[in-house]
Design a protein around this ligand. Sequence first.
Ligand code: FAD
Length: 647
Amino acid sequence: MRGRRALCTAAKRFDVVVVGGGHAGCEAAAAACRVGARTLLITQRLDTIGVMSCNPSIGGVGKGTLVREVDALGGLMGRVADEAGIQFRVLNRSKGEAVWGPRCQADRVLYQRAMRAFVTRELGPRFDLLEASVGDLELEPATSLGGPPRLSGVRLADGRLVSAASVVITTGTFLRGRLLLGDSATDGGRLGERPSGAIARTFERLGVQLARLKTGTPPRLDGRTIDWSRLAPQHGDSPPEPFSFLNASVRNADSQLSCHMAFTTDETHRIVRDAQHLAPPYEGAEPRYCPSIDSKVRRFPDKQRHQVWLEPEGYAAHTSVVYPNGISTALPLAVQTALVRSIGGLERCELVQPGYAVEYDFVLPTQLEHTLHLRSARGIFLAGQINGTTGYEEAAAQGVLAGANAALWSAGRSPFVLGREEALVGVLVDDLVTKGVTEPYRMFTSRAESRLSVRADNADLRLTERALAAGVLDAAGDAARVAAVRARARALREAEAALRAISCSPDHWATYGLAVSRNGVPRTGWDVLSSVGTAAGGAAALLTRMREAGFALPELSPPIERQLAIVARYDPYIRRQHVHSADLLARGNRLPLPVDLDYGSLHGELSNEERERLAKARPSTIGAAACLEGVTATGLAVLLRHAKRAE
Ligand code: FAD
């Protein structure tokens, strides 16, 4: 790919320049192109486009919903994962669909290859790609009428100027990145890659506030030196469920690999405890929900063992490397080797790359608008880890929004903002820009007030038409996606209408073997479907029996039938959720919280993070609690109950 697109771009003016070819940058460039902007993606190394810096997996609880939303908005991540996935599993299947988390293990090589193919082949004639490092941003000073300065271009490290109306900066962990391993600390954005200091200095010149965070990655293992016979396998779903709404199946459906489960031992914990003094000191907060093994041993001294998932990094044809999920560390290499070998099945294991930590600058995201546009300088948008988030999916979701908005802004068109009630992406951005970040932000479904309606299964139904109306999807280029979602929406609407038109007595429904309340009140087919739920073919069996009984119901494909059952099941709960939200808005925000409320005692009701933050801040009202970083929608519902009880 090198040289294919390495153009001299100095003579052109771009609507949008995207800096960084990671997960946020690729999506931002693609989104800007879909809006119709002349777009340039500049990244330090073309061969690292689509690199997964840490775990070789996409999705999970909350994160999987983000991937589906990215896909519904036309983004790349879901389609790339469907090409590269080697094990697909929907997490939380035993719970309700609202918290299902589609996830896949990816082959790193295939993932990168697929992302590069999308970026180089599919972004169209308005797209250019350049291998270079961006050193500075060029700004036109504020006019005599005042107002913030405005971007006019980006200055490359070699001195060339690229003229642009807007820029989306997605430099991940590269801003003044420092790599830490044992007693060594070197400048770097990621292992083997240079950091980016100049952009950090530009931000400081603009008065943008920066702070520091830290994240880490585990050592990588040689799978040929692991005793697999001693480890419990975990298989994927069969058949695998694709991420993308455009796909009926995934590329590697017939060659799925297994992960394996291992556990740390007393010996592991002893090794880590004895080596605590050798852990490198760091400045920023680390991810609470992806802590190092050192932190886990320190924070949970009573825990006998921690789970370690051994995840293949790809097919044997590409790699024998295994990713040990759960033992991220930057302890010295000798300690890492000993701690890995203290785990059952890994006694003879060889390390192929040490774990390490990276600390880096990020921009306090409260300085951004909901479009991810920096307030203090026009034309500068930020997305991804630079905004204090962690994770590929969080980065990709911001990339779509920032890229689309940069393109819309450059064209003088209305911005595209998603509300908290519409999308998990909306929750993510709103949390960032209103609450801010003091530790890496990760998405959870519990952060969303509307988690019953903001689900992974319906992301296209929620977002695709919205995106089309805002010009974020291209009517011609995305015609297949739009046609598919319209057909699905129509089928669901018609089936719901047909079921609502059927009204029968409880005695009639009882002939179906259904325990409908015998109070004589007639029930519609929709009511009955809602009560059957989605369990084990219950809905499908009901619909079949209704058809056999002669009721006029449209024929539905199995996926639509499954979706119909989900919609019916959540319908009454979502209605209640609306009433609850309206109640919270109307008076809950002003409700005082009991002054003597012992947050520490609310185990099982609030998360550790919520108990910690609430106990420290002691907010006086529900509204004040809602503004605190880390306090989720689920947590607020708990607080509302306590506040009402004390009224
Ligand atoms: P990246 O994917 O980092 O992409 C940044 C891009 O910007 C790169 O392509 C880089 O070359 C380019 N770039 C930087 N500076 C310039 C410049 N001046 N000019 C041009 N291009 C530039 N996530 C988790 O969810 N859990 C974890 O445990 C976890 N651990 C991690 C551990 C490590 C060591 C690292 C490095 C990352 C870890 N991540 C983890 C984070 C995950 O990799 C990121 O969240 C995700 O990649 C962020 O995407 P991004 O697009 O914001 O940035």
